[in-house]
Design a protein around this ligand. Structure first.
Ligand code: SF4
Length: 484
């Protein structure tokens, strides 16, 4: 997937003008936020679990190679194969070599954002192999030739009638006047279409939410049975994952399993938690004859030991995007690459370079909601701010923005002058706001006032109000601002 992150502004503007997209997000409303809040509210130890999870992740990152080696030994000891991939090219080649060796013509796939990072579907098609997405959302998107717009709910930007139309156009062998007016009928049709393909596939590719070092198992956490069918029905199971997904023990997994579904979808637990520990053994009724794990780095190890290392702690729950006002307004495609929302704004510059994604760390209001809900307490806004600092340092921002910041920095280091000028500006803006207390035009803020009024200040800066109130409190002996 060619990144178009630096066209974020144009893509966001287009998304804001798209009535379909706005309708889909309008329907979603704050439902996901409410579901998460309810699930978290029923688990008094949620905050303690977040701390535990962060501790586990930090322990892993401080010794990542040891945990990965332990995982590798276990996988090999259980008859599996492990393929290290430094780059996306290495990973694609390793997957292709497996597919070609077993003569694969059809490959089923469970949902995997890492394979999106690899552009795996297009690559396999170019090599004469047909990939079939089996997650419902991904299946719909594959039919529509679209990319996911959310890491957990890939087709969240679509309305039901979009899907209905896609199915009618993509399944011409079925009667055109069949009833597809309910979610159940759409699911039933997708299931019917996919059933044969599950049996036809020579290779099943899945991602992994976690790799467990002590058992050599990979874990997927899903709500549809497609992941299990993908990995058990095909002759060969290939897990495609990334280095930071390793955790030490099964007990650690239990911590993450309590955080992940609650944060992602507001569920206490997902319908399926599937552990894969090698190929089918003697006496097993089901399972693949070959088990491969492709572990991709793709720039992640360069984050280790650096100031942005914490982004590697991400467990891909999607809570940050579900709570982000920017993501909620423009959806995921506007971000222009695989990972949208605050996660993408913090991670993408590390993976594809800040030059190709400079717009993303700026696509945030810094309201801090993403940090407040992140189950592993990643300081997303700090990371975005550091990318902004780097952009500024490398002169990647506009000369006007740099000049504005320099003036502001000069002023901010002269508090008396700063107070005077901001006081004057607040007074002037209050005057211009008139009785409505709103400004419909403002220099340097045309992007804001083109669509909405800017609320005029009260007429006094915060500092001035604070000083006045303190003075009054000391005179009356009220003893503090809380009595105001
Ligand atoms: S950054 Fe945090 S909230 Fe966002 S997807 Fe990752 S774990 Fe979830």
């Amino acid at each position: 997937m060619q990144p178009s992150c630096n066209s974020f502004k144009q893509q966001a503007a287009q998304a804001l003008r798209d009535p379909k997209l706005q309708g889909a997000f309008g329907k979603l409303g704050d439902g996901l936020q409410a579901r998460r809040a309810a699930a978290v509210g029923q688990l008094p130890e949620f905050e303690a679990l977040r701390e535990d999870a962060r501790r586990i992740k930090r322990r892993v990152m401080s010794d990542l190679d040891t945990w990965l080696e332990q995982f590798e030994q276990k996988v090999r000891g259980q008859g599996g194969h492990l393929h290290w991939a430094s780059t996306a090219d290495d990973a694609r080649e390793a997957i292709l070599a497996i597919c070609q060796r077993v003569g694969a013509k059809t490959v089923t796939k469970g949902k995997s954002m890492v394979t999106e990072e690899l552009g795996l579907n297009d690559y396999l098609v170019d090599q004469g192999i047909t990939p079939v997405e089996t997650d419902l959302g991904e299946y719909i998107l594959q039919l529509r030739r679209e990319a996911p717009s959310h890491i957990v709910m890939p087709a969240v930007h679509l309305a039901q009638d979009d899907i209905e139309r896609t199915f009618v156009e993509s399944h011409p062998q079925l009667p055109p006047d069949r009833d597809l007016s309910t979610a159940e009928s759409l699911v039933a049709e997708a299931r019917q279409e996919l059933r044969e393909l599950f049996f036809k596939a020579d290779v099943g590719i899945t991602g992994a939410n976690f790799m467990i070092a002590e058992t050599g198992s990979t874990v997927i956490v899903t709500n549809e049975g497609n992941g299990d069918l993908t990995q058990t029905l095909a002759r060969v199971h290939v897990v495609v994952t990334t280095i930071e997904r390793v955790i030490p023990t099964l007990e650690d997994l239990s911590t993450f399993l309590r955080l992940l579904p609650r944060s992602a979808t507001g569920q206490d637990a997902t319908a399926y938690v599937t552990l894969s520990s090698g190929p089918k053994r003697e006496g097993d009724m089901h399972g693949p004859e070959e088990f491969h794990v492709v572990v991709l780095d793709n720039g992640r190890s360069e984050l280790l030991g650096g100031e942005n290392q914490d982004i590697l702690n991400c467990i891909r729950c999607g809570a940050c995007m579900n709570h982000c006002p920017v993501y909620g307004a423009v959806g995921g495609h506007a971000y222009g690459w695989v990972y949208p929302g605050p996660l993408g704004a913090a991670l993408t510059p590390a993976l594809i370079g800040v030059e190709k994604s400079a717009a993303l760390p700026n696509a945030s209001t810094f309201c801090g909601q993403c940090v407040a809900v992140c189950p592993v307490k990643i300081p997303l806004t700090d990371i975005m701010r550091r990318w902004r600092v780097r952009e500024h340092g490398q002169k990647m921002t506009s000369p006007l923005a740099r000049a504005g910041l320099s003036v502001w920095a000069w002023l901010a280091s002269r508090p008396a002058l700063y107070r005077k000028l901001t006081g004057l500006a607040a007074w002037g803006m209050a005057l211009c706001g008139g009785r409505r207390r709103r400004l419909s035009r403002m220099p340097l803020a045309g992007g804001w006032t083109r669509y909405r009024d800017f609320p005029a200040p009260e007429g006094e800066t915060f500092h001035a109000q604070l000083a006045r109130r303190k003075k009054r409190a000391s005179k009356t002996g009220a003893g503090g601002l809380c009595h105001e």
